[in-house]
Write a protein that binds this ligand. Sequence first.
Ligand code: PRT
Ligand code: ZN
Length: 300
Amino acid sequence: MDTAADRLKIAVQKSGRLTEQTMQLLERCGLKIRKSKDQLFCYGENMPIDLLLVRDDDIPGLVGEDVCDLGIAGLNVIEEKRLNGTFESGQTPFHELRQLGFGECRLSLAAPEAQEWSGPQSLEGRRIATSYPALTRDYLDRNGVNADVVYFSGAVEIAPRLGKAEFISDLVSTGSTLVANQLVELETLLDSQVALIQTNAPLSDAKQEWIDRLLQRMEGVMQVSESKYIMLHAPRTAVAEITRILPGSEAPTILPLEGIDDRVAVHAVCRENVFWETLESLKAAGASSMLVLPVEKMLA
Ligand code: PRT
Ligand code: ZN
C-alpha cells in the first residue's frame, strides 16, 4: 500500500508547546520525515504515515471531519471540542486511543485574592473569563450554578483587572502566571495531558494495522522513557531485600560470580527512574559494583 489514500494522516501541532515532544515521540516510534516546502506537511519516508502541521485547536476538528485519521492534542482542546457538540452528526466523531504522558496541565478556576470563595455556589450570578467556554459551562451545569461565561481568546489572567470578570478558568502548569497576576487557584475543572485520537470513520485494514503498530511502539517508547537496566553485585542472603528496594522491577536475573560463592550478580529492569537515594539504600543493604543503564527499546 502506498497510494496517497492509503497513507495514515496524523494532525499534529505545527509550532507550540507540544511540537517538540510530539515529533520526538514519533521519531522514537521509528518514523523518519521530510518536511514539505510550505512547512504544512511532513512526509513519512520509511512508513506510510504523513503529518499535517496545524494549530492545536484545529486538531480534533480535522480528525472529526475525517481529514486526518489520527490527531495528537491536549485533552483540554479535545474535550472542549467534544463538549461543543458542533459536529453534524451530533455525536463525537473521534475517540481517544491513549494518553501520551506529556503536556500535562490543568484547567483551573481562579480569582483575585480578595474574591470570596466557599465552593461552586460562590460563582452564582458572577462572570468567568475563559478560552474554554464549553468546559467551563459543563462545570457550571454539573454544579447547578448560573454564571456568565465571557470568552477570551488569550490573556485570560488579566480579565479581572480589566473589570471584565470576577473569576477566570484557565490552563495552569507551574502556577507562576496566576501568582504573577495575584490570582488564587480555587478548583480544578479538568486534568489534562496530550492524547492520541482516532476518527470513528472506518479505515482500511492496512491503515488500521499501521495504527496498531504505532500504538504498540508508543507503548514501548513510553515504558522505556522511565525504565532503567540495573546491574549490581549482592550478598546471596540480601537478594530478597535488594529486590524489594529496586523500584518497579519484576523477577530479576540472578547470576553466579566466578570464584565467589557468597555473592551473586543481580540484573533487573526497573520500570521507574533509579535515583541516588535508591542506590544508597541498595549499598546499605550490601550491594556493590552498581551500574544503571538507560533502556533504548522494549517490546512486550
Ligand atoms: O498556535 P497554537 O494554537 O497551536 O498554540 P497555542 O498557543 O494555542 O498553544 P500552546 O502551544 O501554548 O499550548 C498547546 C497545549 O499545551 C495546550 O493546549 C495544553 O494542552 C498544553 N499546555 C501545557 C499548556 C500549558 N501547559 C500552559 N501552561 N498550554 C498553555 N499554558 C499556558 C496557560 O494558558 C497560561 O497562560 O501557560 C500559562 C500558565 O502556565 P504556568 O506555568 O505559569 O502555570
Ligand atoms: Zn491553540
